[in-house]
Design a protein around this ligand. Structure first.
Ligand code: SF4
Length: 66
């Protein structure tokens, strides 16, 4: 299974919480986050925590067989 990640760039304000929480997936680009759209299942808890901690709730996460 794979984790799918999406960030709403209209909402992202570059607060970097996600980059600090899961640097394997999120990196700060020029004012906005850059990220991998898919990640390994083992990273799901960390990615969910990053999504919960995003001040603008810009991150959505899906996991499982779609
Ligand atoms: S925590 Fe949210 S607002 Fe901050 S860089 Fe990540 S997606 Fe953007």
């Amino acid at each position: 299974m794979t984790v799918r990640i999406a960030v709403d760039m209209d909402r992202c304000q570059g607060y970097r919480q996600c980059c600090l929480a899961v640097p394997q997936v999120f990196r700060l680009g020029e004012g906005k986050v850059k990220y991998r759209a898919e990640a390994e299942d083992e990273l799901l808890p960390a990615i969910e925590a990053a999504a919960a901690s995003c001040p603008t709730k810009a991150i959505s996460v899906e996991s499982g067989t779609l």
